[in-house]
Design a protein. Structure first.
Lengths: 158, 506
């Protein structure tokens, strides 16, 4: 997704204002004129300044040339990249929300299967790769490195 | 402990089957990742770290040194075969190496790349070995004032030297610094920007953030572009011995090798600028000082020699500030510093005194892996035609799985995945909009040090800003920082004025 610099500038200014507002609530450091709020406030001021400069630069550039739309999708997203993007994000969100109940392996295998299919792999190749990758990750991280990947349904099987 | 004892202990740490096998496997992994277009050396390191987390410090460092060096060389392989640089560090001379291979000189191009990379790498290591202990002795006298200015210098370099658009680089750096302030404030213990989340109290977990920025963002870019991907160019054949004629090239261009290696090491040692910028600058300098600049880009071996030496020399150079001051020279050493802290080895001059055997072990690993690059690189070139047939649509989902599991492993909870996702999306959006992401990581690594040194100095001086210039080295560093900023501001004003003058109707 592509924003114009002016729009990014405004967003950065908002982020700076949010940081200033939060920093104003940090308690001060006993007996010192500066404390936890100092660096965040400086950074916030920098973000507001940077955002302002971006807006100004973009507006000045637009006066001499037609800047086009304020926000546009990258051509690749319109050309069919969107399902792939959603499938990747879906895989990650499923690992965050579903894997603690269902376990790593089923969520990973199902998610990867969808992703491989969205990327136009043949069904048998997609299924084999999805299952293979999930078990390989499990073997390497949960088996060799003893990372407590969520077991979920596996608890009942093993 | 005398020097011979230190060397002996270091050798005992390094020449252990487990360390050597780790270096070999990590090197092969680095070769693979570097050779795949779209997967970078930083990504190889970021994906490797969750595994090194479970190792002793020496094998962990061996894995990182080995993988990053190999990946920088391996980036040359698809450049010559497919005209696609494997890593951004090989982009400078991709046109030359591809044209060479189309002229039937594929082996000459890749053989030169490999041997010159090895020489450049060894040069960078030699400078690292010579300079780091000397600098460390010097740095022992540093106080919070000097460290404050060093951190400020590192942050300024990231904005003005390493980027085409200083404004956007500066904003990216501010974002990185802001991310570093999340969590408990180190001086006062106040929670900042935690939004009520207990998980955020310890701050933004560094490695999942790196995986997000350098691996997930790349996966997102990759899958979105898959549908557009053009069928790959026909691969030229690579029969015959790899190194035929390479000796001649090296004998005819000793000056190029020396110049490229020196530039690479220096640029690598500058905070924020790594192998990518070293290669571009070495190529540009080589072209400017060549007798035949018109041949550059047409399949000329000269620029390839300079830039190939420079990008591998930068790998060693980047470790100089990282080991001595704890200030990363590039994105890979930013990860290394994170790993060192995780292992309880706080980088800085005291490591050179308390654990000199560790430092010399790192030096030995560097020499070893740089030499190992030649046989591994030979094998990678020979296997490249098969390896490069692995389509991105198979590779990217596998990388995604590693991102997820790797981030989970760093926190042992889904929180690592949440951080990876958030920072990965942020990095992707920023990069799509022309903001460089390397300054973010520099801000994230240097932020805590910058703030701690500033607060310590302020408390020591009772809020007196003049104290930052009281000590001679601090004053010199401070003047450097102010000079960089004023030069940059003057440059920006001059550009603005010339632009105004040029658009004004005449």
């Amino acid at each position: 997704m592509k924003l114009t610099d002016a729009l990014s500038g405004v967003l950065l200014m908002l982020l700076g204002l949010f940081m200033l507002w939060q920093a104003a609530q940090f308690p001060s450091f006993g007996g010192q004129p500066y404390g936890a709020a100092l660096l965040p406030s400086i950074l916030a001021a920098g973000l507001i300044l940077g955002g302002t400069l971006l807006v100004l630069r973009d507006v000045m550039a637009r006066r001499h040339a037609d800047g086009g739309a304020w926000l546009h999708l990258v051509p690749d997203l319109r050309a069919g990249g969107m399902p792939a993007l959603l499938a990747v994000l879906g895989n990650i969100l499923a690992q965050i929300w579903l894997a603690p109940w269902l376990g790593f392996i089923p969520v990973s295998a199902a998610g990867l299967l969808v992703l491989f299919l969205v990327l136009r792999l043949r069904l048998w190749a997609a299924a084999a790769l999805a299952v293979g990758t999930s078990f390989a990750c499990w073997w390497l991280f949960a088996g060799l490195l003893r990372v407590p990947l969520p077991r979920g349904l596996l608890d009942r099987v093993l | 402990m005398n020097f011979a004892d230190v060397l002996f202990q270091a050798a005992a740490l390094v020449f252990e089957p487990r360390v050597l096998i780790t270096a070999l496997l990590a090197g092969a992994f680095g070769m693979f990742v570097g050779a795949m277009p779209g997967l970078t050396a930083t990504m190889a390191t970021a994906l490797l770290v969750p595994m090194t987390f479970f190792m002793e410090p020496i094998p962990a460092l061996a894995a990182i040194v080995s993988a990053s060096g190999m990946a920088i060389f391996a980036g040359d392989i698809p450049g010559a075969l497919l005209r696609i640089p494997g890593t951004p560090a090989s982009a400078a001379y991709v046109e030359d190496s591809y044209r060479l291979s189309m002229k039937g000189k594929l082996n000459l191009a890749l053989g030169t790349n490999l041997l010159v990379s090895c020489i450049g790498g060894l040069f960078g290591v030699a400078v690292l070995i010579a300079a780091a202990p000397l600098l460390a002795e010097f740095a022992l006298r540093f106080t919070s004032y000097e460290y404050f200015w060093l951190a400020a210098l590192g942050l300024s370099c990231a904005i003005f030297i390493a980027s085409a658009d200083p404004l956007k680089a500066g904003i990216a750096l501010l974002i990185g610094l802001a991310l570093a302030t999340v969590g408990l404030d180190p001086t006062t213990g106040v929670p900042r920007f935690t939004l009520g989340q207990v998980d955020l109290m310890a701050g933004v977990e560094f490695i999942p953030a790196m995986i997000g920025l350098f691996a997930l963002a790349e996966v997102l870019r990759g899958v979105i572009r898959l549908n557009r991907s053009i069928p790959p160019a026909p691969m030229p054949r690579n029969d015959g011995p790899l190194f035929r004629g390479v000796g001649g090239v090296i004998r005819h261009h000793p000056k190029n090798i020396a110049r490229g290696s020196l530039m690479g090491t220096l640029i690598g040692a500058l905070p924020g600028a790594g192998a990518d910028i070293a290669a571009w600058m070495a190529y540009a300098v080589s072209k400017r000082s060549s007798k035949t600049p018109e041949k550059y880009g047409e399949g000329h071996v000269e620029g390839l020699v300079d830039a190939s030496a420079a990008n591998n020399a930068a790998v060693g150079g980047a470790w100089i500030p990282a080991l001595v001051f704890g200030i990363p020279g590039d994105s890979v050493t930013a990860i290394v510093i994170g790993v060192l802290y995780m292992k309880g080895l706080n980088p800085g001059p005291t490591v050179f005194i308390q654990n000199p055997q560790l430092i010399y072990a790192v030096f030995m690993i560097f020499i070893l892996t740089t030499l190992m690059m030649v046989p591994l690189g030979w094998a990678a070139v020979k296997a490249a035609r098969q390896v490069l047939r692995v389509p991105p649509r198979v590779l990217l989902p596998i990388v995604l799985s590693f991102c997820i599991v790797g981030s989970f492993a760093m926190t042992n909870s889904v929180f690592g995945i949440v951080i990876m996702l958030a920072i990965g999306l942020l990095g992707w959006l920023l990069e799509e909009n022309g903001f460089p992401v390397a300054p973010i990581i520099l801000g994230l690594v240097l932020g805590p040090m910058f703030e701690r040194m500033f607060m310590t100095s302020m408390i020591k001086s009772g809020g007196e800003l003049g104290a930052f210039f009281d000590r001679p080295i601090a004053a010199a560093l401070g003047i450097c920082v102010l000079l960089i900023w004023s030069l940059a501001l003057m440059g920006a004003l001059r550009r603005l004025r010339t632009r105004r003058a040029s658009v004004r109707p005449t």
